[in-house]
Design a protein around this ligand. Structure first.
Ligand SMILES: *Cc1c(COP(=O)(O)O)cnc(C)c1O
Ligand code: SF4
Length: 352
């Protein structure tokens, strides 16, 4: 569902000024097309010179650079270690093979009964609405998933809907991807209408990073399809660092809340990005200020190419213990790891 039309690309020369604007201007679809895909353009926008890079940069072809200008605007110019930049910057070291890190660490390929649907946990299914994302996160556990075979257009919906209709134990559908909000409101409204007609479904959940990276995605039509069906709406966003939540993002999250959507956040614990007590506390507080509670803090999945973001388990537990000692319980996310074949995500015993 990535828009195929090439809208006029902004020129590199005029970039920095535009890039730093918090973008009340372009519509979200234009922002999706207008993302930065070129490493030099990104570095120029941040006043960084490639010859001074403290690490080896690469142009990854299998998972290219992709970063919305709204997200770049929240990065600190001149800082190679900016926690938002590190999430999107392709480094040569990610190409090196890491033992124990595999292409499908979660065993999703075997829980994929019909194209576009993953059924791993009782009571809920994950539906891949779009293979594309607004942003490419280097640590992503889905980076090797065969999206090309799992990018159901309307033509493939019947198989997926039939599967859900036939299993009355399914009460919740999670729209996922990629990022489901890359799809148009018209398509999503249509899908939700068909899901709402399945009597045993109760909850509509959306897993998305777009309200964080392109907050104007949360527009009136989006709120309409989310909140006008009989299904209870839940939106789980994905922010890893407090700097990701600027006033536009806060506005988007508060709009969701005001419309009656339960809003939660999942973060991934990432070395160099958010693996300090101070950063994790700031993230929880910033989320709460935007009406959103922390839900999961994921230990990194062992996906090829992401080993450099790995935080050892004992350190992760220590960090969550620190959060427990400093925050109200509702601002402490559950630290979890995904284990192929398990009945749920596995919580780590941070209280011991
Ligand atoms: C994470 C996930 C879910 C949702 O799990 P919750 O614990 O309910 O948030 C559902 N299906 C799949 C395949 C998942 O990876
Ligand atoms: S699926 Fe989520 S984490 Fe992965 S690249 Fe897309 S937005 Fe980033």
């Amino acid at each position: 569902m990535i828009p195929q039309t090439e809208v006029v690309r902004q020129s590199t020369e005029s970039m920095p000024a535009e890039c730093r604007e918090p973008a009340p201007g372009p519509g979200w679809q234009q922002s999706l097309v207008n993302v930065i895909r070129d490493l030099d353009e990104l570095l120029t926008a941040l006043q960084l010179s490639p010859d001074r890079a403290p690490y080896d940069l690469s142009h990854c072809r299998d998972f290219p650079l992709r970063v919305p200008r709204e997200f770049v605007a929240r990065m600190q110019p001149g800082n190679w270690h900016d926690p938002l930049l590190l999430q999107v910057l392709p480094l040569a070291r990610e190409l090196a093979y890491q033992p124990g890190f595999e292409a499908d660490p979660l065993g999703e390929a075997s829980a994929n009964p019909v194209p576009g649907l993953i059924h791993k946990y009782r009571g809920r299914v994950l539906v891949i609405v779009s293979g594309g994302c607004g942003i490419h996160c280097r640590y992503c556990f889905r980076r090797h998933f065969p999206y090309a075979e799992n990018n159901p257009g309307r033509a493939d919906w019947e198989g997926m809907l039939d599967y859900i209709r036939a299993d009355t134990s399914i009460h919740e559908v999670i729209l996922s991807g990629g990022d489901p909000l890359v799809a148009s409101n018209r398509l999503l409204a249509d899908l939700v209408r068909q899901l709402a007609a399945i009597p045993h479904l109760q909850t509509l959940r959306v897993h998305t990073r777009l309200p964080i990276v392109i907050p104007q995605r949360v527009d009136p039509d989006c709120l309409a399809w989310l909140t006008t069906s009989r299904l209870k709406p839940v939106v789980v966003v994905h922010a890893n660092h407090a700097n990701e939540i600027d006033s536009n993002v806060r506005g988007a999250l508060l709009r969701l809340r005001a419309a009656g959507v339960t809003t939660l956040n999942q973060a991934v614990l990432l070395a160099g990005v958010n693996d300090s007590l101070e950063q994790l506390i700031a993230l929880s507080e910033q989320l709460f200020d935007a009406g959103t509670l922390p839900y999961y803090l994921h230990l990194l999945d062992r996906v090829d190419g992401a080993a450099d973001f790995d935080v050892p388990e004992h350190r992760a537990i220590e960090l969550v213990q620190g959060m427990l000692a400093n925050l109200p319980g509702y601002l402490v996310p559950r630290l979890v790891r995904e284990v192929a074949g398990a009945a749920s995500k596995i919580p780590l015993p941070a209280w011991q």
